[in-house]
Design a protein around this ligand. Sequence first.
Ligand SMILES: C[S@@+](CC[C@H](N)C(=O)[O-])C[C@H]1O[C@@H](n2cnc3c(N)ncnc32)[C@H](O)[C@@H]1O
Length: 305
Amino acid sequence: MRRRTPDVSLSSLYLGKDSAWRRRIGDSGRYVMAVVGVSDESRDEGYGAGLLDHRIPLERRRLEALEAFADPGTCSVIEHCGIRAGWRCLELGSGAGSVARWLAARCAPGQVVATDIDIRLLPQNVPNLSPLRHNVVHDDFPLASFDLVHARALLEHLPEREEVLARMIDWTVPGGWVHVDGVIIIQPPDPHQNAYHRCINALINLTTDSMQADFRWATALPGLLTHLGLEGISLHCTPGLVGPGRNADALLRLTLEQTGPAMAREGLITQQDLTACTDLLDTCGFTDLAFLLLSASGRRKGSAC
Ligand SMILES: C[S@@+](CC[C@H](N)C(=O)[O-])C[C@H]1O[C@@H](n2cnc3c(N)ncnc32)[C@H](O)[C@@H]1O
């Protein structure tokens, strides 16, 4: 597969033939970073079978609910990597951009490149943050360009996830950090016990069959990162609970609101189950473990010079 490579070197300005470019000047004034946009082919992927399209009005709120659940775990693990002023960071599949914004604040005057196939929800006015329309499956970066490469809730959506993970390591400088946060949906022990379990089961089936996603894949991360040669691998787990006031309640509700009609259309669930599930989630004292966020990070061998 031919890949397109935007030049993100911090010392040069490069305008490729697609030339939807952005330029950012670091606070220090010492560096100019040019990022070259990629062609419209980047938008043509079947991400989320169209159900998670950023043009759907609810999607911003759903992504913000994901951020509220996942940001504490993500940011504490990146802090643990020792993020410093001046780092060059790559945030892949940035969604609504909370991690990109946080990285930009933490690494200033370093630079953050925040990619997505659809960048409309990304912050456009942060001086050291460059949104880049980029398809991580088809588009490339120069080797060893970043001190930190991070992806959250992205690889589980991509059939090419292991190939992309290997390329994330290629894009990291020797001694730099690769960090992946994977979302795991917890399979109910008895999928028919109650309407909540039926809905979770239907969600797993919809994401697997129609979206080509794999919400168990993150359990393979420790083995994969080891196999790919990373050192100092660390793991951190954030439980995602649902029920009144719980940390992942809004994420599940908004996900069911958005995908429920498709699940009902495909006969995976009934409308009555969806309503009964919402009632259960509203019930004082109800709780269950819907998600785990597995945050896995490791260091590329070698030392930065
Ligand atoms: C579930 S959201 C996660 C957003 C963000 N990483 C977070 O955790 O808050 C997945 C994001 O990946 C983006 N995405 C999907 N396929 C992609 C691809 N092939 N290349 C780059 N981004 C992609 C989607 O547009 C979406 O914004």
